[in-house]
Design a protein around this ligand. Structure first.
Ligand code: ZN
Length: 284
């Protein structure tokens, strides 16, 4: 059945691992809402996601990426320029969970769901719970990726149950180690993707007079043992419009003077190195 007329509850797959943002108890589905034992209820949107971001935790009416930014992000990611990163993520997960029948995954800061789409290539069966502070991003994720469960929620107060996940994924999202440790089972894994040294150097060179390499990140986190670093580097060439889409996904979008978009367009795009480091940790 296609989108229209879909019973929202049908879009929810498998076990429910979301929790009530008010009292932290488990949520169950009652008709078209999630309901906790204290009768706090949260409507399931027609795309299938649920908003579990408490109003008093919002710093603005619409925190996170705007619709315009989400559209740019989706256009860029669907161009295939970051497929090398998504493929590597799948490869790492397959190597960790080689013989596991079923794994549960929390995608912390899932954005518009691009990486979740790639998880279909996993050899193991999985339950996926993705959340992001941007309602627009979650709406897009939920409309497109039907085999996952999505919620609007924060990395600082993850809307999922404690000690429930085999794997947490964090790709360029805020790292809140206490929350990641809370939601992982003992022995569970964290895959944390961070920008490598020369990630987007070509974009930076176009925008700024003086450019610096990114600091190489290798942090120890309390409650975790570092397992391995996987590095993925590539070079991409983007035209003006795709260059602007990429620019809008980056922190430079907020830090750069007006006129940067025009500069990228007038330059007819740029060539740049792209470089992710995937840091793998295990909860101890
Ligand atoms: Zn509640």
């Amino acid at each position: 059945m296609v989108g229209r007329g879909l019973d929202p509850a049908v879009a929810v797959k498998g076990v429910i691992m979301f929790i009530c943002p008010v009292c932290k108890s488990k949520l169950n589905i009652e008709g078209k809402t999630y309901l906790c034992e204290n009768n706090h209820s949260f409507d399931i949107a027609k795309q299938g996601y649920v908003n579990l971001l408490p109003v008093n935790k919002k710093h603005s009416d619409n925190p996170g990426d705007s619709k315009d930014m989400v559209l740019s992000r989706r256009a860029f990611l669907e161009s295939g320029n970051y497929d090398c990163f998504a493929e590597k993520l799948v490869e790492i997960i397959n190597s960790i969970f080689e013989n596991s029948q079923k794994i549960s995954i929390a995608d912390c800061g899932c954005g518009e769901g691009y990486y979740d789409g790639f998880l279909r290539k996993l050899k193991t069966d999985y339950e996926l719970f993705g959340f992001d502070i941007s309602k627009e991003a979650v709406r897009f994720a939920s409309a497109k990726y039907k085999n996952c469960n999505f919620a609007v929620g924060s990395c600082f107060n993850m809307p999922v149950q404690s000690e429930s996940f085999d794997l947490a994924i964090n790709i360029f999202a805020p790292m809140v180690e206490s929350e990641v440790a809370r939601v992982l089972k003992n022995g569970g894994y964290l895959i944390y993707a961070v920008p490598g040294k020369n990630h987007l150097m070509g974009l930076k060179e176009l925008l700024y007079e003086n450019v610096y390499e990114n600091e190489e990140k290798h942090t120890e986190y309390a409650g975790f043992k570092f397992v391995e670093r996987y590095t993925v580097r590539n070079e991409i060439a983007v035209d003006g419009e795709m260059g602007v889409n990429l620019f809008k996904m980056t922190p430079y979008y907020f830090k750069t003077e007006l006129g940067a978009e025009e500069k990228i367009r007038e330059n007819h795009g740029f060539t740049t190195e792209i470089h992710f480091d995937f840091l793998v940790y295990r909860k101890i």
